[in-house]
Design a binder for this molecule. Structure first.
Ligand SMILES: [Fe+2]
Length: 134
């Protein structure tokens, strides 16, 4: 599976959020790199939990800025964040192959993150720029 390549078009114009997105990309890339060598369910669960914990921290930072600057689509955005965590946890609860990180989960993480940054996150960019958040 191909890794995610960070592109300038992923930038939401706020350094803190871009850095967090880059770190999430890095965490998913690590899972992609190591998918064949991650052999114990415990290691996989540990890395996924580490990633979702960091995603939660990042979502809180985004949601804080949305509240602070009165982003009008905050509620639906928050819902999308919750949905991501629920779906990821759903994958972890489902019986996957005995020893392999499921390809479906990796595909989901990869396409969700890239799609979320380019679609939903990009929608707050103009407001934050207008408010001078950088
Ligand atoms: Fe977001």
């Amino acid at each position: 599976m191909e890794r995610i390549t960070w592109r300038n078009t992923f930038s939401v114009g706020v350094a803190e959020l871009d850095d967090q997105h880059k770190r999430l990309v890095g965490m998913i890339n690590r899972l992609i790199d190591e998918q064949k060598t991650l052999t114990t369910p415990e290691t996989i669960a540990e890395l996924i939990t580490e990633m979702t914990d960091y995603a939660l921290e990042h979502f809180r930072a985004e949601e804080y800025l949305m509240a602070e600057y009165g982003y009008e689509r905050k509620d639906e955005h928050v819902k999308v964040h919750h949905d991501f965590i629920n779906r990821t946890q759903g994958f972890m609860a489902a019986p996957v192959g005995p020893n392999l990180l499921s390809k479906e989960l990796l595909e989901f993480l990869k396409s969700w993150l890239v799609g979320h940054i380019l679609n939903e996150d990009m929608q707050y960019k103009p407001l934050f720029q207008q408010k001078g958040v950088s």
